[in-house]
Ligand binder design. Sequence first.
Ligand code: ADP
Ligand code: ASP
Ligand code: MG
Length: 406
Amino acid sequence: MARIVMKFGGTSVADIGRIENAARRVQREVEAGHEVAVVVSAMAGVTNQLVGYVQETSKIYDAREYDAIVASGEQVTAGLMALRLQEMGISARSWLGWQIPIRTNEVHGKARIEDIDGSEIVRRFGEGQVAVVAGFQGVSPNNRIATLGRGGSDTSAVAVAAALKADRCDIYTDVDGVYTTDPRIVPKARKIEKISHEEMLEMASLGAKVLQTRSVEIAMNHGVRLQVLSSFEDKPGTLVVDEEEIVEQQVVSGIAYSRDEAKITLVKVADKPGVAANIFGPLTDASINVDMIVQSVSPDGERTDMTFTVARTDLDRAVQVLKSNHDKIGYESLLSDGDVVKISVIGVGMRSHAGVAQTMFRTLAEKGINIQVISTSEIKISTLVAEEYAELAMRALHTAYGLDAA
Ligand code: ADP
Ligand code: ASP
Ligand code: MG
């Protein structure tokens, strides 16, 4: 007998028929004698619709009310899944974040889970009951509903698995595993049998939304056996494992992209000590994260251009902050561009292989794609390009790194 957490994403519970399909998978595990906690997302499209209602009602909204609204999608699915299981003769009960409770910090809209009390769920396992947990939500220190950021049901599932000391956490989704890149953009993408935590973390944080970044972090830190697989087909999925478990290491194992980027250039800022602090200080104070940064060489030694990226959702606010600090920073003009995409190649093999960046630059050059900003770390290289070239760039890079499926 094993203890299993099974998570079903939005497409996998998109309508009553799909919920029934997911419930049948749960039934199989229950009949095999396992203890099962199911974590569900909102039905496909529901969270987007709820976010839309919030934005239509209030432009700069109260994050606590945002959470009260967007968390409701998962409540519906949890109830429906529990009902469906009951119809199949399986004892099941739904659980909202506050009922377990899943305690989070106070950062509404992107809260972090701090603690989960799994004792009542475990007690009911003893009575043969399946727990159906609403993903994406918890309860904040002020006793209000908090959500975990988009894609947060993955994190709910892994955190519940850690709290219940589950033998594994299975993430059922609309693709049959983690691919070398998004298979919807690059048809030649290849399924990865095993991926290291580190690479999966980079892939997720650089835009591969198949797993939320935080879920990989929790799996790594708590030793949760994490697997991504299809809710529609019975096929082996992808295991997320420690680096040592990977026998044949590729130099580049994946390519990720993120459209959640926007570029800002401050033209002709003074080239003197303290300028960077004057620019980025006010942005930090406004909780706006800056990602990539380039400062061009100043031809006259006095003035230079500073280009950097922020999340696209923060662009308007960032421009506002920079304009209101114009006198303190001192720049000639401000340019902003939301039509950019960040493309990143990832691989732990980069630590020991030279020339990976050069392949990226050469490949993009051959396609006539201009690189606007570059940033690198130990196991990834990211470039910012115009959004219209996203698919072309991804496909060309996938081929250039020898990742195409045979
Ligand atoms: P769910 O609703 O099940 O949580 P998501 O839409 O959040 O599903 O994540 C699955 C999607 O992630 C896939 O449909 C795919 O388009 C996208 N994706 C992006 N990068 C990858 C990748 N490297 N491997 C697999 N899927 C990816
Ligand atoms: N429903 C939430 C979202 O769409 C959480 C999730 O599906 O993981 O972001
Ligand atoms: Mg998801």
